[in-house]
Write a protein that binds this ligand. Structure first.
Ligand SMILES: Nc1ncnc2c1ncn2[C@@H]1O[C@H](COP(=O)(O)OP(=O)(O)OP(=O)(O)O)[C@@H](O)[C@H]1O
Length: 246
């Protein structure tokens, strides 16, 4: 079930400040593939995640389309129907995936009971979430622990489109590799997977992503295979693949 942004422009007006955060973005997240989304801080990557999961801020106004399985999604009622089993989000800040007042384990078990797709044990193992932490409240987890718990939460409904916003940001290399491998297996089982990441060394060494889209200033400026993008003769692109930019 592919997810797409078609000429999507998102403008944010908070009353005191306004900005075009996505500018005519075209992006396809195809079935059975991992698409990696890269770009400098603040360029709009999390806005792409929000647009693909119907969670843009209230202050956002958009033109263009978001399509899931070829069909335009319009309005919060449709998004509520798609959340969970069709479209899942691992947010950049994993703690926001949980209510503060219940333990993480209780919330993961509630998702298991609600969707009856993946088991608690399977989701925790895939997300590398240590189940001995499950009796803790969200704020009692470290950044890397709660991110893995949030990945387990995103996997439990077995969404056909999975958007993961910096799933490995707070993780050691070995655990990060395990998460990438889990995402690879998830895509190989047929899901459309978009991974937002700054972890270019892992991306290039593990070669786990199928496609890369590169953003700058609210636009997607290049898409393609990792090798093709890394070979582009552009200082901004080179800056991502070679730390000294040459
Ligand atoms: N909730 C919000 N309300 C208003 N503006 C926002 C909100 N979230 C983000 N923005 C703005 O949207 C723009 C894009 O932010 P976004 O979070 O998508 O960047 P990003 O590429 O994910 O950055 P990073 O790599 O630092 O996480 C930024 O200018 C930011 O200030």
């Amino acid at each position: 079930m592919p997810a797409e942004l078609c000429e999507l422009t998102v403008h944010i007006d908070t009353g005191r400040w306004n900005e075009t955060v996505l500018d005519a973005v075209d992006l396809v997240v195809p079935d059975g593939k991992i698409t990696a989304l890269l770009g400098e801080s603040g360029c709009g990557k999390s806005m792409v995640a929000a647009a693909l999961t119907g969670s843009l801020p209230d202050s956002a106004r958009s033109t263009g389309q978001v399509r899931v399985d070829g069909e335009p999604v319009r309005g919060q009622r449709e998004w509520r129907r798609l959340h969970g089993g069709t479209v899942g989000l691992l947010p950049q800040d994993g703690v926001t995936a949980f209510r503060a007042e219940d333990t993480v384990g209780a919330q993961l078990h509630a998702l298991e009971d609600r969707y009856r797709r993946w088991s608690f044990d399977r989701a925790c193992a895939s997300a590398w979430y240590p189940t001995e932490l499950a009796d803790l409240y969200p704020h009692q987890h470290s950044g890397g622990q709660i991110q893995r718990a949030a990945l387990a939460a995103a996997l439990l409904p077995e969404p056909r489109v999975l958007i993961a916003d910096e799933p490995t940001a707070s993780l050691d290399t070995q655990t990060a590799y395990g998460i990438w491998a889990a995402l690879r297996r998830y895509a190989d089982a047929g899901a459309a997977v978009l991974v937002i990441t700054h972890d270019v060394p892992m991306l290039t060494s593990a070669k786990i992503a199928d496609h890369v889209a590169l953003m700058r200033g609210g636009k997607v400026i290049a898409t393609g295979g990792l090798t093709d993008l890394a070979a582009l003769d552009d200082p901004y692109v080179r800056g991502f693949f070679q730390p000294n930019g040459c």
